[in-house]
Design a protein around this ligand. Structure first.
Ligand SMILES: NC(=O)c1ccc[n+]([C@@H]2O[C@H](COP(=O)([O-])OP(=O)(O)OC[C@H]3O[C@@H](n4cnc5c(N)ncnc54)[C@H](OP(=O)(O)O)[C@@H]3O)[C@@H](O)[C@H]2O)c1
Length: 340
């Protein structure tokens, strides 16, 4: 392997490089991603070297890509760190053996050495292990935790945005299992057909419809009791006029807004007061006690086929930046992953 100075830009085929972001920016474009050179080093005490197998294209990363602050300090030079699954090649850390498969916060890089504290061995029960990035990982857990916090009751109406995505798809299926009427929104007829025909939602509306507000009102004639919001202001605003008195809004994500800082406006903001709505943002990581019951139900559901999930897998590390930006725009269905 070439010994190249860190940070130098290289061609993909030349090295075991990694992706970083060239500059802090308002809105990411493809030109902001740099493939930088790296020198592979052997693991020191409490470190492991892994071969990355899959990289999760998670929407929240766009914010860190723009401002260089993320879950680990190394973001401070623009080096992308996200959720990855990899195989241990070498270990100097107790509890990590060569051949183990781990879920880690790591670079967008093929072979890398990292602190073992940033990686956990994936249980063999999670098979294939890449499901730990999606339905049996943070995506599925977020769906379960958010719906649990909303305290759903049988017969209520649930509206889920980004309904074909890894979080939204599971929210809707769990909602059906809890006896809710479930309406989704998604980008385009194909995704909506998948949401209804395969995932079992009662209805799905194309969020690009110019009268989304009217379509939501028609699809939820008794009002929305729970809104599970994955997208942000345009989606929330379209739902507000149909919220039932005392309805709950679970603010899970801002997929429409991570890649810019434009001010957000809500035409129907006053409805929050007039309908006595509760709006609750939640962070899944702040509810560790719920992980065990969440994973138990999700694993059972996946094993039995009661919980359907899809992945869009894009080959080659080279494709990661373009695939990432495309995902933000709605390309692909289900969990979007890079395979190395
Ligand atoms: N609170 C937490 O702890 C937590 C944890 C994990 C994830 N999250 C959040 O949960 C949300 C869902 O996560 P995910 O991984 O399942 O993401 P996702 O559904 O794959 O999110 C990306 C999708 O959002 C939709 N979207 C983007 N811009 C939009 C717009 N302007 N209008 C309507 N839809 C738009 C697109 O889907 P279409 O094709 O349908 O347009 C896009 O493919 C994300 O916001 C994520 O950050 C929160």
């Amino acid at each position: 392997m070439d010994a190249l100075s860190p940070g130098r830009e290289v061609a993909m085929q030349d090295s075991n490089g990694f992706w970083r972001v060239r500059r802090r920016c308002e809105t990411l474009t493809l030109a902001d991603f740099v493939f930088a050179a790296d020198e592979l080093r052997a693991p020191a005490e409490n470190e492991i070297t892994i071969h990355t197998r899959h990289i999760a294209l998670d929407p929240y990363l766009a914010r860190a890509m723009r401002n260089w602050t993320g879950e680990v300090p190394e973001w401070a030079d623009g080096t992308i760190h996200g959720r990855i699954v990899g195989e241990v090649l070498s270990s100097q850390a107790p509890g990590y053996a060569v051949g183990d498969t781990v879920l880690a916060i790591g670079r967008w890089q093929a072979v890398q050495t990292l602190a073992a504290a940033r990686a956990e061995v994936i249980s063999p029960a999670i098979n294939p292990p890449r499901l730990a990035l999606g339905v049996l990982g943070r995506s599925g857990m977020t769906a379960w935790v958010g719906l649990h916090l909303a305290r759903p009751s049988t017969g209520e109406t649930l509206l889920v945005s980004a309904a074909s995505g890894p979080v939204g798809s599971v929210v809707g299926q769990l909602g059906k299992a809890r006896g809710l009427r479930v309406v989704g929104t998604a980008g385009g007829a194909d995704k909506c057909a998948y949401v209804v025909d395969t995932l079992g939602f009662d209805a799905c509306l194309d969020h690009r419809d110019p009268d989304l507000t009217g379509r939501i009102a028609a699809a939820a004639p008794e009002g929305i009791d729970i809104l599970f919001e994955n997208v942000g202001a345009p989606s929330l605003d379209a739902a507000l006029p149909t919220m039932a008195q005392g309805g709950r809004i679970m603010l899970c994500g801002l997929a429409a807004h991570y890649n810019d800082e434009a001010p957000l406006a809500l035409t129907h903001f006053k409805t929050l007061l007039y309908r006595a709505l509760a709006l609750r943002g939640f962070i899944t990581a702040e509810h560790p006690k719920l992980f065990e019951p969440a994973l138990a139900e999700l694993a059972d559901g996946v094993a039995s086929g009661a919980i359907v999930h899809r992945e869009t897998i894009i080959d080659r590390l080279e494709q990661a930046p373009a695939a990432y930006l495309n995902m933000l725009q709605g390309a692909g269905i289900g969990k979007r992953l890079i395979r190395l």
